[in-house]
Design a protein around this ligand. Structure first.
Ligand code: ATP
Length: 401
């Protein structure tokens, strides 16, 4: 799955290249409020321009649910991309995506020129991976490049369906980087390999826990999900977030760790408060207690100081670290200490450090540790499925080397 043809392995001179990007950027009043995803897409686009390709970009934006929604038009993206690239990105404004404008624009293209198609989710077939729309997209090009990792766990027309009708299908630099880091970390890690999981619920990460337990040397659990594990150990967890239907599962995982000889680290102390903060960033009184001394009327909202040190210590001896999910209610500064401590331990190590998207990526960036990490995944859902050991349809669909 991981040895895919990349933009460095193909010849695009004079060819029409359809590139699936992730231009799903936040918009406010028609203005892009965070252009990270556009900037991240530039290396692949520039490479294809430099190689003399005729670059046809496509992406989804938001959830128009198969209907043209003017507020989800990609027009602002074309305008901003033109500025970032320093050359015109012509916008093909067809509500049917592959319409008269797109076809005419593609027909008139010269080598090194760039156009952008309308939001692929204007078409209802897109998320159903329908054949007709896949063929329409394929009819525009001779080569297909997928650089949208964020949607790689979904089989849609613009990342999977289209590949059945195009001879050459490669991945872009962004996809390649995700495959290299996440794939290598999980399947071929430099050891010791420490995986850190947090976030709200055990149920959201059942397969991630199980798969990482098999692959890593040490699995660290924090965040809301830790309390179901503590309860499974027979401890009182007060009013902490607990999923009673997953107690047996947690027991199974603890047994599995033991059988495999893996370390499974759980909080030894925890930061508690009488209730969940409301609003979430409200100033609250907290205290830290041992994990086996949580009062019945208190709620665990972050790992404790001793746990933070224990986790940091485990990170110190690692050569590969993968982290997904915050250690506590990090949206509240008083309850962000555990998450900050873990982020800092990752920032301080020479190990390969990989952040698996979503909240942990946001937390690391917010705390200013972004540039200290080896890799921050651009896809929350996609990176989780990677960590579950699943084949991602968008990756599988690209040609092998
Ligand atoms: P993504 O899947 O997008 O990567 P994530 O895995 O980083 O997300 P989630 O599972 O969505 O994270 O959980 C993050 C949420 O969990 C945060 O909003 C945080 O406030 C909450 N959380 C963390 N610890 C606790 C806790 N002890 N009690 C309740 N909620 C918690």
């Amino acid at each position: 799955m991981l040895n895919k043809k990349s933009v460095d392995d193909i010849n695009v001179k004079g060819k029409k290249v359809l590139v699936r990007c992730d231009f799903n950027v936040p918009l406010k009043d028609g203005k892009i409020t965070d252009e990270n995803r556009l900037v991240a897409a530039l290396p692949t686009i520039k490479k294809l321009i430099a190689d003399g390709g005729r670059v046809i970009l496509c992406s989804h934006l938001g959830k128009p649910k198969g209907e043209p929604k003017p507020e989800l038009s990609l027009a602002p993206v074309a305008a901003r991309l033109s500025e970032l690239l320093g050359q015109e990105v012509k916008f093909a404004a067809d509500n049917e995506v592959v319409g008269a404008n797109a076809k005419a624009a593609v027909e008139a293209m010269k080598d090194g020129e760039v156009i952008l198609l309308q939001n692929t989710r204007y078409r209802v077939e897109e998320t159903k991976n329908g054949e007709a729309f896949s063929k329409e997209l394929a009819s525009l090009c001779e080569v297909f490049v997928n650089d949208a990792f964020g949607t790689a766990h979904r089989a849609h027309c613009s990342n999977v369906g289209v590949t059945a009708f195009v001879d050459t299908c490669a991945v872009g630099y962004l996809m390649q980087k995700e495959i290299d880091f996440l794939g290598n970390a999980v399947n071929n890690p430099v050891r010791p390999f420490v995986a850190i999981l947090g976030g709200a619920k055990v149920a959201d990460k059942l397969n991630v826990i199980s798969n990482l337990l098999e692959k890593c040397d040490t699995l660290i659990i924090g965040g809301g999900m830790a309390y179901t594990f503590l309860k499974a150990k027979g401890l009182e967890v007060g009013t902490s977030l607990v999923d009673d239907t997953k107690i047996d599962y947690c027991k199974e995982m603890m047994e599995k760790a033991e059988k495999l000889g893996k370390k499974l680290l759980l909080p030894v102390d925890t930061t508690i408060a009488p209730a969940f903060p409301s609003p979430i960033d409200a100033e609250i009184e907290v205290s830290v207690v041992k994990a086996d001394a949580i009062p019945a009327d208190q709620m665990g909202l972050d790992i404790g100081t001793e746990t933070a040190e224990l986790y940091a210590e485990a990170v110190k001896s690692a050569k590969t670290v993968v982290w997904n999910g915050p250690m506590g209610v990090f949206e509240n500064p008083i309850l962000a200490k555990g998450t900050i401590a873990v982020a800092k331990s990752l920032a301080d190590t020479d190990a390969t450090t990989i952040i698996g998207g979503g909240d942990s990526a946001a937390a690391v960036n917010q705390l200013g540790f972004g540039d200290k990490m080896s890799h921050i995944s651009t896809g929350g859902g996609a990176s989780l499925e990677f960590l579950e050991g699943k084949d991602l349809p968008g990756v599988v669909a690209a040609d092998d080397k």
